[in-house]
Ligand binder design. Structure first.
Ligand code: PLP
Length: 459
């Protein structure tokens, strides 16, 4: 018998109420969690009981025990790592995705979700200035989107030298030289590891973390055999963009595949304000980005784009008799998994709710808040802004490494904002990543006040 709606109603109503309480609490709660994982685990890591518990009660218990251990990540005053919030239409559509429970691998089986994801793909390609015939896959995040782009590249550069990696694997294959800027993100290393390609050869970067074209030219000269080059749109610390046009032209002259990790920075291509920063970006062969960062959809949602759609399909496609294949290509042929949720639907909902101008305003607004934070914080005595604030990232030093660490600790303890510590170009830094759609001028002012308090506490 099919489950009756009433079997769900009470649990869903409770979940909805808890969700509202959580969202309402964001304005006033400390951003940092009030319990650590061990404290939360004390409630959850108990022996599994023998008998059933009412679903609504399960939801109440879940919300009550989890609450003190939740980080205010969707808050407009959360600036840690690179973490987006959630737009209302994106969150609501994500609830529907769970309720619909469509396994979105096969076009024939789940036509609605496949079609909506295809619409989201069209909009993304258009917004970001890519060729409409490119292939798009929705992944768990940018790490797997990097994996997808690099897998397509691995296939292409080995095809070019007559090696069939799909059938013969890598044992005995010609060695691929992978080049990456010295400040490429660790997820590039992870993706290359999954692909059996080992660590990339680091190419020197400049004082903003951009790959140096002269060093790239030397590295390309020194390389022999198939080459893959990894570039970056949005450096984790400075927000900077690699010099795409020059770097891609050099690499293509050597027959290399060029992949761009644009986990948060690819979204700059949506706004005319960054036209010169991303000049030449579209000349690459594959790109990775996250919708769960700059576009502010819920986790997990990355996007892989490959200029050659047929190549993407041949890198990930598989034929088995029990699946029903669509001549146009199925969603599972563009990502590394058969079964998955319809994670592209919140992308559709976010873009539908924002429109083109709203998306541009979202990207521009994040960068404007980053500039305002850098301006206000840089004016505080003893604070140095270490990067050229070209996009959404700001790195601060408070003098010595020790003092920077102390101020960071005091800031986290203060609770009004969250910014994370890091080490960049030989110095301890306080890193700010403005990635939340809801951050406004009040949050910026409150954040500057919080840093001022932390500095006083650290004295
Ligand atoms: C530049 C860059 N690349 C890749 C990633 C990895 O993204 P994800 O955690 O979605 O896999 C990040 C995450 O912050 C990033 O900033």
């Amino acid at each position: 018998m099919t489950a009756q709606p009433d079997e769900y109603r009470e649990a869903l109503d409770r979940a909805r109420n808890h969700a509202f309480q959580w969202l309402e609490s964001l304005a006033t709660r400390p951003v940092a969690p009030q319990q650590n994982a061990d404290e939360v685990a004390a409630h959850f890591r108990v022996p599994l009981q023998e008998s059933a518990v009412d679903p609504a009660e399960v939801i109440d218990e879940l919300a009550a025990f989890a609450e003190p251990g939740l980080m205010g990540m969707p808050s407009g005053r959360f600036f840690g790592w690179v973490i987006g919030g959630t737009l209302p239409a994106a969150l609501a559509s994500d609830w529907l995705v769970s309720a619909w429970d469509q396994n979105t691998g096969i076009r024939y089986a789940t036509p609605a979700t496949a079609a909506i994801e295809e619409a989201a793909e069209d909009w993304l390609l258009d917004l970001l200035g890519f060729d409409a015939t490119s292939g798009v896959g929705f992944t768990t995040g940018a790490t797997m989107a990097n994996f997808v782009g690099l897998a397509a590249g691995r296939k292409k550069v080995l095809d070019d030298v007559g090696w069939d990696v799909q059938s013969d694997g890598l044992s005995g294959s010609p060695r691929i030289t992978v080049l990456a800027g010295a400040e490429s993100h660790a997820s590039i290393d992870m993706a290359l590891r999954y692909l059996g390609l080992g660590l990339p050869v680091p190419v020197a970067a400049d004082h903003q973390g951009r790959i140096r074209v002269d060093a790239l030219a030397e590295a390309l000269d020194a390389a022999s055999g198939p080459i893959i080059l990894c570039l970056q749109a949005g450096n984790l610390h400075s927000g900077s963009f690699d010099p795409f046009r020059e770097a891609i032209e050099l690499a293509h002259a050597r027959g290399a595949w060029v992949h761009v990790d644009g986990a948060f920075g690819l979204w700059a291509a949506a706004s005319p304000a960054w036209a010169s920063a991303v000049d030449g970006l579209q000349l690459a062969d594959s790109w990775a980005t996250d919708a769960h960062k700059t576009l502010n959809v819920p986790y997990d949602c990355g996007v892989a784009i490959v200029s050659d759609r047929a190549l993407l399909r041949s890198a990930f496609g598989v034929h088995t008799d029990y699946l029903i294949h669509d001549a146009q290509g199925d969603p599972f042929e563009r990502v590394p998994e058969f079964s998955r949720r319809a994670r592209g639907i919140p992308v559709w909902a976010a873009l539908r709710s924002l429109g083109r101008q709203g998306t541009i305003a979202l990207v521009d607004g994040l960068a404007r808040n980053a500039r305002d934070l850098a301006h206000g914080l840089g004016a505080l005595p003893g604070v140095e802004v270490l990067n050229e604030v070209v996009f959404t990232q700001v790195c601060l030093s408070f003098g010595t490494d020790e003092r920077t660490r102390t101020v960071t600790r005091a800031l986290i303890a203060d609770g009004a904002v969250w910014m994370s510590g890091s080490r960049w170009q030989g110095r301890e830094v306080l890193r700010i990543s403005v990635s939340n759609w809801s951050t406004d001028a009040t949050d910026v002012a409150a954040s500057i006040d919080a840093v001022r308090r932390a500095m006083a506490a650290a004295d």
